[in-house]
Design a protein around this ligand. Structure first.
Ligand SMILES: [Zn+2]
Length: 91
């Protein structure tokens, strides 16, 4: 596993556990209490950022042309020549 992924997991690991603590919410209507574990807020965390990702995806969907289309995302560490090669394969 790459070092940056290990660092990210290390930063997120204490959250949503008893050691990180929790937040107590009270419903304004019924006064019911709900205890929620503290979140990490890390951009890589699916729990913390899942709602934002869903909102972003729905926002992008409203910008699509009214035709069949698809999106491919890839990340490479190779040169621009490799990127151009991949684009040629896709066309
Ligand atoms: Zn999180």
């Amino acid at each position: 596993m790459p070092l940056d992924q290990i660092k990210t997991l290390y930063v997120m690991s204490p959250f949503r556990t008893e050691s990180a603590g929790s937040i107590m919410y009270r419903c304004a209507k019924c006064a019911k209490l709900q205890q929620v574990p503290k979140s990490c807020g890390n951009r890589h965390c699916l729990i913390c950022q899942g709602g934002k990702a869903k909102d972003w995806l729905e926002g992008q969907g409203s910008r699509l042309l009214p035709c069949a289309c698809f999106m491919i995302t890839f990340t490479g560490t190779e040169s621009d020549a490799m990127e151009q090669h991949v684009f040629q394969l896709l066309i």
